[in-house]
Design a protein around this ligand. Structure first.
Ligand SMILES: Cc1ncc(COP(=O)(O)O)c(C=O)c1O
Length: 371
């Protein structure tokens, strides 16, 4: 089938709550005229979300990037921070917005997450924190990272943007580190259109984060710090409450798609994918494959373009590496000989379409073109 004959298939497609139920909530908001600033829906969503995820405290945000920037502010992080180049740019941009120098450490090929040994090797007298990323929702080596942080006296802020609902040993991955940050952008497994959150472990920290996301206001006349405006509004909070009802069902559907890709691509020479870790409950947010050009007989980009010609819009997450963007490529740690694994994987990866309501015919089209 050529491009003109086929329906476009995108890498993801957002799940939306039932419109009638959302309208009922909207009517309540219209009635109350309380549309932002810690309204009833915001309070209820924070509470239900914390229960749902199995974490202690959540502060809702307008998006994940502002949540990351605020998390760094909350812990007063300065100097140098060790992070991964294999992520969405916002992980490093959040450091830049805080005047922090990013120091890139290479990744482990098995899960595409930051390599703890490389973190340790990158520590200097100026290092104050680590910002690892649960790439594709795959948990980082959280135990080892905590051990390093404890030994060197560093803070850990996880960019957990894609890790909604992920658990290790039946414990939320968000319970690790000093703070974790989620994104609820429409491309994520759980969306509030735009949105995000900081997860913390004690009430005092939550209170301070809540001040920071509201310009630093502690009350009408006291501003405790140069905070920002990063609040989630009532409409998104109400929308998010409805999304919680269907999340588990959506993950079950994603698992079937993940299983199907694994089964039908397992014998294709030169196409590899990540192994699963038995200790982890996944959210199946992405399905990355890695193209070994020699064995597959075609380059990653040729395969990517072939899919595109057939109206299949996969994405090369994460290519280019953050360390190769103009803002960061001048840093010593951005040099490719410091990041050989991240560079190799970034040149091989393609994320295939995966979303709960993808049609089986669409998966067949993707698989037929690859195999
Ligand atoms: C790893 C990672 N970090 C940060 C972000 C930024 O989140 P947001 O788009 O909600 O600002 C995203 C998603 O967009 C992401 O995937």
């Amino acid at each position: 089938m050529n491009k003109k004959e086929s329906k476009p298939i995108y890498v993801t497609s957002p799940s939306l709550p039932p419109l009638e139920e959302f309208i009922t909530y909207l009517e309540q908001i219209w009635e109350s005229k309380w549309i932002t600033n810690d309204g009833d829906f915001h309070q209820e969503f924070e509470k239900k979300l914390a229960d749902f995820l199995g974490v202690k405290y959540i502060s809702l945000f307008a998006n994940g990037t502002l949540a990351l920037i605020t998390a760094l502010q909350e812990l007063k992080i300065t100097g140098e921070v060790i992070t991964t180049p294999y992520s969405f740019v916002a992980s490093t941009h959040a450091l830049w917005w805080n005047g922090i120098k990013p120091v890139f450490a290479d990744i482990e090929p098995k899960y595409c997450t930051i390599d703890p040994q490389r973190i340790e090797a990158a520590i200097t007298a100026k290092t104050t924190a680590i910002v690892p990323v649960h790439v594709y929702g795959n948990p980082c080596n959280v135990e080892k990272i905590q051990e390093i942080a404890d030994t060197y006296g560093l803070k850990v802020i996880y960019d957990a943007a894609p890790a909604f609902g992920v658990e290790i040993n039946r414990n939320s991955v968000l319970n690790y580190g000093d703070l974790s940050v989620l994104s609820f952008h429409e491309t994520k497994t759980f969306n509030t259109i735009e949105g995000g959150a900081i997860i913390c472990h004690d009430e005092k920290t939550k209170k301070r984060i809540d001040f920071l996301k509201n310009f630093g206001f502690a009350d009408e006349t006291v501003v405790v710090a140069p905070g920002i405006n990063a609040k989630m509004n009532e409409l998104q909070s109400a929308y998010g409450l409805l999304q919680l009802k269907t999340f588990n069902e959506q993950i079950a559907k994603r698992k079937i798609i993940d299983d199907t890709y694994r089964e039908l691509l397992k014998d294709v020479e030169g196409i590899n994918f990540l192994n699963k870790n038995e200790r982890v409950k996944y959210n199946y947010s992405y399905f990355p494959i890695f193209v070994n050009q020699e064995k597959y007989g075609m380059s990653r980009d040729d395969l990517y373009n072939k899919l595109k010609e057939h109206n299949i819009y996969s994405r090369r997450y994460y290519y280019p590496l953050i360390s190769n963007f103009s803002a960061y490529k001048g840093l010593d740690s951005a040099k490719s000989d410091n990041l050989p694994i991240a560079n190799r994987i970034s040149d091989q990866v393609i994320c295939l379409p995966i979303y709960p309501d993808i049609e089986s015919n669409a998966i067949k089209r993707v698989i037929d073109l690859i195999s």
